[in-house]
Design a protein around this ligand. Sequence first.
Ligand code: SF4
Ligand code: SF4
Length: 282
Amino acid sequence: MIISIASGKGGTGKTLVATSLALSLENKKAVQLLDCDVEEPNAHILLKPSFSHREVVSTPIPQLDEEKCTYCGKCAEVCAYKAIAVFPKHVLIFPELCHGCGACSYLCPEDALSEINKEMGILEIGYSKGVEFIHGRLTVGQAMATPVIREVKKHINRERLAIIDVAPGTSCPVVEAVKGSDFCLLVTEPTPFGLNDLALAVETVRKLNIPCGVVINRDGAEDSKVEGYCRKQGIPILLRIPLDIEIARLYSKGITLVEGVPQWQEAFSRLYNDIEQIVFGG
Ligand code: SF4
Ligand code: SF4
């Protein structure tokens, strides 16, 4: 099963939930944690894995041979991402917009475009306390996270439980990370901002046809309309983590919730059982 852990906004505690869920189950099943928040991965800070594999993630981008180019404009026409502009005597390639689809070099009638690999980020694989850990890091200055996320997700092992830590928000990297999941856990906080971003996240996962449930973090912080919203939308609230200075202290020290307060293991095991029931129970 693949469970993605997402949130409409940053700082709601999705990494806290992802890491504790993974560690709570490592004695019961084979678990993978994939940190797909490649712009700001931080699950490794809590899990402290030993990495045994590292590879560069690159994408092929076009390179022009001016000698062969006739400035026909076909490459610019075919590029859906506006990554090539053709002028009467000049071709401009914008590597930061290129998705590496290869269409331009394939369709160039003069064979004037070859491909060179451009580094997008790195991928690291390791283990932490019985959990297989995989994460990607986007190279500084790179704008496109999706190729790195795709590489991380290639390591999903369907024989295991794969937990995906997704970037905050509802943009392309979020869709790339969440798609294909069997369930999406949305972590929110009981504030008006939390509700607003939760509603956007629900819209996104529903468009992807993925069932979802909610975790309310910092529960009790404010009177909120999150509960009413979930009731109205028929979305189950599967876990509540209270506003607690001790939990915040543990997190700031890089200690997972289930390691700092082992009593939470049971709650996270129950959370998994509830998800399993929703996904397979009918
Ligand atoms: S399609 Fe090929 S020949 Fe035509 S403008 Fe682009 S690079 Fe030049
Ligand atoms: S490889 Fe694809 S995205 Fe990149 S410039 Fe060519 S057509 Fe555009």
